[in-house]
Design a protein around this ligand. Structure first.
Ligand code: F0G
Length: 353
């Protein structure tokens, strides 16, 4: 990824590249989602779940860890709701440096914690949420012993811009709308920076309208106030005081977009819908963007309505993380499987189709 977009990244010939083959993720045309929008609009899902550690974080992490190595850092550190810690741990292992991850106790999805463990990170859990963890990490970063690889590190944002570049390169222009979940607000900041940079270089003729979605119980930007006790089933975006709050507001204002909320029920329903209708399994936080798309289409309360958008608009939704990272809500909904006799007839009748 770094080599391909090096002219847009803070790297030089002397930067060692720490890569696991991130980026170049599929932009999947979704006919069923397009039908839901109607008016000949086309919806695409940028599937970031197929990155090396299963989320978009790897784009920023390859740059942040490469730069940390260039600066001869011995250790990196991050606060995380799960995915950043998985990614940081992997890239630190690859670089041969130490990694500490500070996590809200009991709030990391089932698939994410083992990632940090297996890559050999030092895991510390706290009695507090992500916002508390990030505050501590920023203080530890000031000591000079660690390089902070949260998205407050500009190298992370720089790397994450590459998703916008890929979308424009593949579509031949920027999309008309870009929808994505918002947690710590680094990703919406990065996409907007990427789209603007490409437009300035005349690689595209337009800029998309940026529409961000927060979970209803963790929506500080939507409510314009810090949420002390954020709660949502989408643990990846369980954040009450996003670090890139101002930048997210700028992206939304400059693109004439919006910030909206979706409920946990809408998130879970959208997750299943996307899996069943398009064959794409995303984690709950990512499904917030799909739930958001439905809200734009159907709800009178939507912060941005798609009722009157131009015909044949092109819409991109970012699927930020893989569904296998957080299977608990799915497992809870599964019926208990009862084995049948090992005969063709029994199996035939059990299939019931
Ligand atoms: N989707 C997923 C799957 C995430 O893991 C995150 C953030 C977001 C969306 C929101 O992105 O923070 O740039 O607005 N996860 C961070 C973490 C906070 O620690 O893994 P954002």
């Amino acid at each position: 990824m770094i080599e391909h977009y090096c002219e847009f990244l803070p790297v030089s010939a002397s930067t060692p590249t720490v890569s696991l083959g991130e980026g170049n993720t599929p932009l999947i045309h979704c006919p069923q989602l397009s039908n839901r929008v109607g008016r000949d609009c086309e919806v695409f899902v940028k599937n970031e779940g197929v990155n090396p550690t299963g989320s978009f974080k790897d784009r920023g992490m390859t740059v942040a860890v490469s730069k940390a190595l260039e600066r001869r850092a011995k250790a990196i550190i991050c606060a995380s709701t799960g995915n950043t810690s998985a990614s940081a741990s992997a890239y630190a292992a690859r670089a041969g440096i130490s990694c500490a991850v500070i996590l809200p106790a009991g709030k990391i999805a089932t698939g994410k914690l083992p990632q940090a463990f297996v890559y050999g990170a030092k895991i510390v859990t706290i009695d507090g949420n992500f916002d508390h963890a990030l505050r501590i990490v920023r203080e530890l970063g000031e000591s000079g012993d660690f390089v902070v690889v949260n998205s407050v590190n500009p190298d992370r944002i720089a790397g994450q811009k590459s998703a916008a570049f890929e979308i424009v390169d593949e579509m031949g222009d920027a999309p008309d709308f870009h929808l994505l979940p918002v947690g710590n607000a680094g990703n919406i900041t990065a996409y907007w920076a990427g789209y603007r940079e490409y437009r300035a270089r005349e690689n595209s003729t337009k800029l998309p309208v940026m529409i961000g979605f927060q979970a209803a119980g963790a929506a500080p930007i939507f409510h314009d106030q810090v949420i002390e006790k954020p709660e949502t089933i989408a643990s990846a975006i369980r954040i009450g005081n996003p670090a890139s709050w101002k930048q997210a507001c700028a992206a939304i204002a400059e693109s004439r977009g919006a910030i909206d909320v979706v409920s946990d029920e809408e998130i879970v329903a959208a997750q299943s819908w996307l899996a069943r209708h398009e064959g794409i399994f995303v984690e709950p936080a990512s499904a917030a963007a799909i739930a958001g798309l439905f809200k734009c289409c159907d709800s009178r309360e939507a912060a941005y309505s798609f009722q009157k958008i131009p015909e044949a608009s092109r819409i991109v939704c970012t699927a930020t993380g893989h569904g296998l990272k957080d299977p608990d809500t799915i497992i809870k909904r599964m019926e208990k499987l009862k084995p049948v006799a090992a005969t063709m007839n029994e199996v035939r009748s059990a299939i019931g189709l």
